[in-house]
Ligand binder design. Structure first.
Ligand code: SF4
Length: 458
């Protein structure tokens, strides 16, 4: 960290040309003393490294195989349907066409995530799509990774054997201890927690401990209990937690009054959670918070991340594609949720159309026009812009405009608040606490990649 008086001398060109600090700043490409002898090449190389995710096109492909679900969560992000409503399952033709489209994208690495509703309620299509992808890949030769985002209730042995055969990762929702999870995720039998924990245990036994991850959705009630939520994850032997704020989409938007809270309340919760997590790590149990790990990796390291919600240019359509149950295609899960709420302005098209037509759609044009954070008002002058994202769909959903207004944007407040919090904590940390935070940034002591878990949560 640079002292304020030294910083003032630096920006007023008052540092001596032989000052070692100036040499240090030059080495970090923060200052140029002699333009004739400076080269932008190292800086450009750094920039290219950070944005390398742009070179290969979308790697995250989400298949929504059913909107049916046996839960009635009051913060649900999608338009869930009754378990008997099979009209909301993907049909064979749409599934086949979606797989054809998948291989039109150039990425050598493809993550295929099955989502719902509850994808286990249409496991026949999970199986059919996976088998079709694997068969086609015999000559496509891409690196494949399969993820199932599920409550993990009612997993059968036959399903587990199939998931094991294709080395699936499982991503589930666990909001905290039983009283909190069951209050957030009601089922008539009030047994959601028990079923999820049982499903996780069966998944870990069959697929390995690091194949199962969980994330929270935070309601107003959750904000009172950061320590309790983290301790529950520890009790279950999990080494990673995602503390995810409520979404502004879907049913969550309708029940916001009851469940919702402001960004200041979230940041206060997050600060408390961070302290507790650091203490848990100091006690010898390694556990990270995935979003903190992702941001710290950006603050402390040179490499870019693949997390689609924090990319510039935006990850919507450039990093991820969603194939909905009815054959419609979206650039992000948020765009799909907006469509479920009656606004389909970000639909890219149908699985029957080639990818080139999706890329030329008005939706992609709007995303491109508002999707580069470096060119947006306020972001263009922000110190965090190299590590932050644009997220035009979130701004459209919350502010009615894809560019949005950062001084009043919840997205920006959350980003800036979290960056500030992490930087301040890092700067004032003891050596032991720094080691914990650096471990999160560079992946030591955790079994999951922050980016993977966050993408699976997208
Ligand atoms: S913190 Fe806010 S102003 Fe800064 S880059 Fe992110 S969204 Fe833009």
């Amino acid at each position: 960290m640079m002292r304020r008086d030294v910083f003032e001398r630096f920006i007023h060109h008052a540092l001596d040309v032989y000052d070692p600090l100036l040499a240090n700043l030059q080495a970090r490409h923060l200052a140029v003393v002699d333009p004739k002898r400076s080269s932008l090449a190292p800086l450009l190389s750094q920039y290219r490294t950070r944005k390398s995710y742009l070179l290969s096109g979308p790697a995250l492909h989400i298949f929504v195989v059913s909107l049916r679900c046996h839960h009635t969560c009051n913060y649900c992000q999608v338009s869930r349907q009754q378990t008997s409503a099979t009209a909301f399952d993907v049909d064979g033709d749409s599934a086949r066409l979606a797989v054809d489209r998948l291989f039109e994208w150039p990425s050598r690495e493809l993550t295929i995530e099955f989502q719902g509703g509850e994808p286990l309620l249409n496991f026949g299509q999970v199986r059919a799509i996976t088998e079709r992808i694997v068969a086609r890949n015999a000559f496509e030769n891409r690196a494949l990774r399969f993820v199932l985002a599920s409550t993990l209730h009612d997993l059968t042995d036959a399903q587990l054997a199939f998931l094991q055969e294709h080395r699936f990762k499982l991503s589930t929702s666990l909001d905290g201890p039983e009283w909190l999870h069951n209050a957030n995720r009601p089922r008539p039998e009030r047994d959601s927690y028990r079923r999820t924990v049982e499903g996780m245990a069966r998944g870990r036994k069959a697929l390995g401990d690091d194949a199962v991850s969980a994330l929270t959705t935070l309601t107003k009630r959750s904000l009172e209990a950061p320590e309790v939520i983290i301790d529950e994850y520890r009790k279950l032997g999990l080494h990673s937690i995602s503390l995810r704020p409520l979404s502004p989409y879907g049913f969550a938007a309708k029940t916001r009054e009851r469940n919702g809270y402001g960004t200041a309340a979230f940041l206060a919760f997050y600060g408390r959670a961070l302290e507790h997590l650091i203490a848990v790590n100091r006690s010898g149990y390694g556990m990270d918070e995935t979003f903190a790990s992702l941001l710290l990796s950006q603050l402390l390291g040179p490499f870019g991340h693949g997390y689609v919600d924090l990319r510039s240019p935006t990850g919507a359509g450039f990093g991820a594609v969603i194939y909905d149950y009815d054959g419609l295609v979206y650039p992000s899960d948020e765009a799909r949720m907006l469509a479920a709420m009656g606004d389909a302005s970000f639909s890219l098209g149908h699985v029957g159309q080639p990818v080139s037509e999706w890329l030329a759609s008005p939706a992609m044009e709007r995303l491109m026009a508002a999707g580069v954070a470096e060119s947006l008002p306020t972001c263009s002058d922000c110190a965090y812009v190299p590590m932050c994202g644009a997220d035009p769909i979130e701004h459209y959903a919350r502010q009615g405009d894809t560019i949005g207004h950062r001084p009043t944007s919840d997205f920006c407040r959350r980003q800036m608040g979290t960056f500030d919090l992490l930087l301040q904590r890092y700067e004032t940390a003891s050596t032991a606490d720094r080691r914990v935070l650096e471990g999160w940034a560079f992946g030591a002591g955790t079994t999951h990649s922050a980016e993977d878990e966050l993408d699976a949560a997208a």
